[in-house]
Write a protein that binds this ligand. Structure first.
Ligand code: NAD
Ligand code: SER
Length: 319
């Protein structure tokens, strides 16, 4: 039985995270209380009151928030790291301006709570790369990373100056079987499963030993809901929390896939995304999330690989 009480708006709901978050929040609050929005509709939202909306259109956002009496906004629309380097000014505009629209709605008390994701991209080449601490050198070298770092500071500022209840996680690369990734540097770790099942081979755009922090989508969605449901006093960091899942390289994930598909072969052809990956941490220290609101990861690499292969096959989702 669904809970009642919150009316939830999801901006960028048609993307990799939004599709799964809409499904999970609908189970909690009831589909009629979860309003997915995006530039275009998708078939996945047949039970929800979908609204077509550009996140940059402040008036449209305001109208939808009033119409549905929204209490919480999950703001996911953004251009990710790889697309952001190709369209730097569009990325800056979307990633920053749309965040201000949402934070202003909370400041003006139209909504009670905001969720906005940050990323490991806030770190840069001068950051310690192993077990990267919550507080450390942060000199991101991508437009995406700069926008996420600035967004974190704005969330904290709106909290301190205006009491806005904004909550945020620095997601690692996310891997799920239900939805496709959209323009990130960690996307290879989703594509590899589709190609493994389709052709038993994959040409990776990162080099074999490029270790990055990653996480199963189920863990990421659970973390998102847990931080939003945590009592306000437990959410002590109002910029964004480090969040850690598992770290692996393309070679390590390929070796794990070979345990299920022995004929699987991987080759490497690094492109412009290699430099982005080389500027990011290899692993993340998320002790503050564990201490403050009880975060605990579930998926390790063997479990993640098995779950991806079984579900993509079972649900006939290989693309
Ligand atoms: P995605 O690219 O898959 O989805 C983004 C969605 O936003 C798309 O459906 C797109 O149509 C929509 N969108 C783009 N421009 C819009 C606009 N002007 N108005 C309304 N909607 C618009 O991205 P994702 O992977 O789901 O990421 C969601 C959020 O999580 C982003 O803020 C991203 O930075 C963050 N994040 C994602 C990852 C990851 O691995 N997926 C990791 C770290 C952080
Ligand atoms: N997965 C994201 C990207 O690669 C990290 O924020 O852009």
């Amino acid at each position: 039985m669904a809970n009642t009480g919150e009316k939830v708006l999801i901006i960028g709901a048609g993307g990799q995270i939004g599709l799964e978050l809409t499904e999970n929040l609908s189970k909690i609050w009831g589909a009629s209380n979860v309003v997915p929005t995006d530039l275009k509709p998708t078939e996945s939202f047949k039970n929800n009151p979908f609204e077509q909306m550009d996140a940059l259109d402040k008036d449209a956002l305001f109208g939808i928030v009033k119409k549905h009496k929204i209490t919480q906004v999950y703001h996911l629309a953004a251009l990710l790291s790889a697309t952001g380097e190709q369209k730097p000014m569009s990325a800056w505009k979307l990633n920053m301006e749309s965040l201000f629209h949402v934070l202003d709605l909370a400041k003006e008390k139209y909504i009670k709570q905001v969720y906005w994701p940050s990323s490991i991209a806030v770190f840069g080449p001068t950051t310690p790369r192993e077990n990267t601490p919550q507080y450390t050198v942060m000199e991101p070298s991508t437009v995406y990373g700069i926008s996420k770092q600035a967004g974190e500071r704005w969330c904290e500022w709106y909290f301190q100056k205006h009491g806005v209840d904004a909550r945020s996680l620095r997601y690692p690369g996310l891997i799920g079987w239900k939805s496709a990734p959209g323009g990130g540097t960690t996307d290879y770790a989703v594509h590899i499963f589709h190609e493994a099942l389709k052709t038993a081979s994959y040409e990776c755009f990162l080099s074999e030993n490029t270790t990055l922090p990653m996480m199963h989508m189920e863990d990421a969605i659970r973390a998102t809901i847990e931080i939003m449901q945590a009592p306000a006093e437990k959410v002590k960091i109002r910029g964004s929390y480090n969040l850690s899942g598992i770290s692996f390289s393309p070679k390590e994930i390929a070796n794990e896939i070979k345990k299920h598909i022995p004929e699987f072969k991987i080759s490497y052809k690094p492109d412009f995304r290699q430099a982005i990956a080389d500027s990011w941490p290899k692993s993340i220290d998320d002790s503050r999330a564990r201490e403050d609101w009880g975060w605990k990861v579930k998926y390790d690499l063997p479990k993640l690989v098995e779950n991806m292969l079984v579900n993509l096959k079972e649900h006939n989702l290989v693309k």
